[in-house]
Design a protein around this ligand. Structure first.
Ligand code: XMP
Length: 556
C-alpha cells in the first residue's frame, strides 16, 4: 500500500516522551523534513517506501511480523556509533546503562550472570527454580558484590601439606598459587605464598611454610568505603611488591581478597563507555523473578509471596518480575496488585503478554514494566503446542502503543538471535530480554560439556518437563511436580560455549551502536523516533546473511 503525504501526517503522531509524560515535537527533525532543504523529491519518494512505525504496522495490520520480516532504512546521520548513549529508564528508580537484561531462566541467570550483567550496565533477573532462601542469597551476592574483590577465595588450612596444594593447583588448573590460610572457624591465620607452593616443599605443613598472620597485609571490610577499587589501588601503590590484599571483618574472619592484577584491570575498565548499573547506594542492580504461587486450595498464596518479596526487598532487590507464560490472567493480575499495594515504590515487571489489552490490564494492576513475547524464544514450543502467540515485531508494536498511553515501559522478551534484532526491538521497546544469547557463556549456571571436540552448555525452556519439575510449573499454569502427561511448552537444548558474557555483550552493544549510527540516533529515544521500516522478501532475508562464499571466519 502506498501512502500519500497527507495520510502519513495523520497517521504518524508526535512521539510520546515517557520521562516528561508529554507529547513533544521531534528533537531531531523527522528524516523526511531533514532532507527538505536538499532535495524535496527525496522526501516523498523515501516516505512512500520507508514508513514510520504507526504507518508501517497499520499498513500490515493483517500480518504478524517478526525481526527478519522487516528492515530499517538508513537516514542522514551526524552520529558516530561510539558516541551513542544506550541508557534507559525502565521505571522510576530503575535506570540501566545498556538496555539488555538476562532472562529469568534456570540455565541463564543466577548471581554470577546477574553480577556480570550489572557490571556491564545491564540487569540480570534471577530465576525462581530454587528454594526461596537460596534466591535471597543469590540476590545478596549481587547486591554485596565488591568490585574487584573475590568474595570467597579458595582457602587452605594450616594442617594440610604443601604437597596437597601443589596437587590442587595441578588438578584444578588454577592460574594462581597463593592462598589465604584459615582455621576451622574461618579466621585468618596466614598466607601461603606461591613461592613456596612447589614440589620441593611438598612434605612441609602449611603452618610451617606460610607467611604468619602478623605479616599478612589486610584491610577491614568496613574501611573499603564507597570505592573499594580506589582504596585497594591506593594500597598497592603504597606497598610496592605486595600483590595481594586480604579483607577481614572485626573478628579477623576472611571476607575477601583483592589481587593487584584484578584491580589494575578494573581501573582500566572504569574508563569504559558503559558504566555498571548501580542503585542509589552504589550497589549493583539486581532483579528476581517470582512465581504467582498457589496454596493447597488453589488460591494465590499471599502470605508466602509477600514474605518472600519482603525478603528480596530487604536485601535490596531493584525489581521483581512476576514471570508467567500468560500475563493477561487473573492470577497474575492479583499477584501484581497485591505486590503493588504492599510495595508502592518497587518497580514491578510483569508478563508475558502480546496484546494492547494485556498491557493495559497489567499496567492497571500496578506493573511498571511489561514483558512482551509469547512463543518467540529459541527453546519455546508454545506456538506449536498451543497454537498461540504473536511474532515479535507486531506484538511489540501493538504493546508499545498501549504502553505509551499507560506510561509504562515494555521489554522485548525472546527470539533475539543477533544484535540487529535488538536494534529492531528497541525501535519499539525500552529494553530487551535475552536467554539463548547468554546461555552458552561462562557466567550461565551449569558446566561446559565436550561433544565431538566442541564445547557446549545446557539451555532449557522453563516450560520443558525438566525445568517444570525443578519448580517452574506454575509459570505455565500447571500444578507442582508435573508428570510426563502434561503438554510441555519448551525444549531442552545445548548452546555452544561462547566464553565470557563481557565478550558477548561487547558484540551486542557494538551492533546496537552501529544501528543507531545508521539511523542518526544519539540515544534510544531518538532511535524510537527515527525508525522507518520496510518489509523484506524471502530473497532479501537470504541476501542479508553472508552468501555465495566459503566462510572462513565469522566477523569476530
Ligand atoms: P530466547 O530466544 O532469548 O528466549 O532464548 C528466552 C525467553 O523465552 C521465554 N521462555 C519460554 N517460552 N516456553 C516458552 O514458550 C519455554 O519453555 C520457555 N522458557 C523461556 C522466556 O520469556 C525467556 O526470557
Amino acid at each position: 500500500m502506498i501512502f500519500d503525504d497527507k495520510r502519513l501526517a495523520r497517521e504518524v503522531p508526535f512521539p510520546f516522551n515517557r520521562q516528561s509524560r508529554t507529547a513533544f515535537p521531534l528533537a531531531n527533525p523527522a528524516p523526511e523534513t531533514a532532507f527538505c532543504h536538499m532535495a524535496t523529491p527525496t522526501k516523498s519518494l523515501d516516505s512512500q517506501f520507508y514508513l514510520a512505525a504507526d504507518a508501517f504496522f497499520t499498513a500490515h495490520a493483517g500480518l504478524a511480523l517478526t525481526f527478519d520480516d522487516l528492515t530499517l532504512a538508513t537516514l542522514y546521520s551526524e552520529i558516530l556509533p561510539r558516541d551513542t548513549q544506550l541508557d534507559t529508564e525502565l521505571a522510576e528508580g530503575l535506570r540501566l546503562n545498556i538496555p539488555v537484561i538476562s532472562s529469568d531462566m534456570d540455565t541463564v541467570t543466577e548471581s554470577r550472570m546477574a553480577t556480570a550483567m550489572a557490571l556491564n550496565g545491564g540487569l540480570g533477573l534471577i530465576h525462581y527454580n530454587m528454594a526461596e532462601r537460596q534466591q535471597l542469597s543469590e540476590v545478596s551476592r549481587v547486591k554485596y558484590h565488591v568490585p574487584g574483590m573475590i568474595p570467597d577465595p579458595i582457602k587452605v588450612e594450616p594442617g594440610q601439606l604443601v604437597g596437597d596444594v601443589v596437587k590442587l593447583v595441578e588438578e584444578r588448573k588454577f592460574g594462581f598459587s597463593t592462598f589465604p590460610v584459615v582455621d576451622e572457624k574461618g579466621k585468618l591465620v596466614g598466607l601461603l605464598s606461591g613461592h613456596v607452593v612447589k614440589p620441593r616443599y611438598a612434605k612441609r605443613k602449611i603452618a610451617d611454610a606460610m607467611t604468619p598472620r602478623s605479616q599478612v597485609h589486610t584491610i577491614n571490610k568496613k574501611e573499603l568505603g564507597k570505592d573499594p577499587i580506589a582504596r585497594a589501588d591506593k594500597f598497592f601503590t603504597e606497598k610496592p611488591g605486595i600483590h595481594k590484599l586480604l579483607v577481614v571483618d572485626d573478628d579477623d574472619n576472611l571476607r575477601g581478597l583483592f589481587t593487584m592484577n584484578d584491580v589494575e584491570r578494573i581501573a582500566q575498565e572504569k574508563k569504559a563507555q558503559f558504566r555498571p548499573a548501580r542503585d542509589a547506594q552504589f550497589r549493583l542492580v539486581c532483579g528476581a523473578a517470582v512465581s504467582a504461587t498457589r496454596n493447597a486450595f488453589g488460591e494465590l498464596d499471599r502470605e508466602r509471596i509477600l514474605t518472600h518479596v519482603g525478603g528480596l526487598v530487604e536485601r535490596g532487590v531493584d525489581t521483581v518480575a512476576v514471570s508467567t507464560a500468560h500475563g493477561h490472567s487473573k492470577g497474575v493480575g492479583d499477584a501484581v496488585k497485591m505486590l503493588r499495594d504492599a510495595f508502592p515504590k518497587l518497580p514491578i515487571i510483569a508478563g508475558n503478554v502480546t496484546s494492547a489489552a494485556g498491557v493495559e490490564f497489567l499496567a492497571q494492576c500496578g506493573a511498571s514494566i511489561i514483558k512482551v513475547g509469547q512463543g518467540p524464544g529459541s527453546i519455546c514450543t508454545t506456538r506449536i503446542v498451543a497454537g498461540v502467540g504473536i511474532p515479535q515485531m507486531t506484538a511489540l508494536y501493538v504493546c508499545s502503543r498501549a504502553a505509551a498511553k499507560k506510561n509504562v515501559a515494555i521489554l522485548a522478551d525472546g527470539g533475539i538471535t543477533k544484535s540487529g534484532d535488538i536494534v529492531k526491538a528497541l525501535t519499539l521497546a525500552q529494553g530487551v530480554i535475552c536467554g539463548g544469547l547468554f546461555a552458552g557463556s561462562n557466567e550461565a549456571p551449569g558446566d561446559v560439556m565436550e561433544i565431538s571436540g566442541k564445547l557446549y552448555k545446557q539451555y532449557r525452556g522453563m516450560g520443558s518437563l525438566a525445568a517444570m519439575k525443578a519448580g517452574s510449573a506454575a509459570r505455565y499454569g500447571h500444578a507442582p511436580n508435573p508428570t510426563q502427561k502434561i503438554a510441555t511448552e519448551g525444549i531442552e537444548a545445548l548452546k555452544e560455549a561462547v566464553g565470557s558474557v563481557d565478550r558477548v555483550l561487547a558484540q551486542l552493544i557494538g551492533g546496537i551502536q552501529s544501528g543507531m549510527g545508521y539511523l542518526g540516533a544519539a540515544n534510544l529515544e531518538q532511535l524510537r523516533q527515527n525508525a522507518r521500516f520496510i518489509r523484506v522478501s524471502a530473497a532479501g532475508i537470504k541476501e542479508a546473511a553472508p552468501h555465495d562464499v566459503v566462510e572462513l571466519k565469522t566477523g569476530n
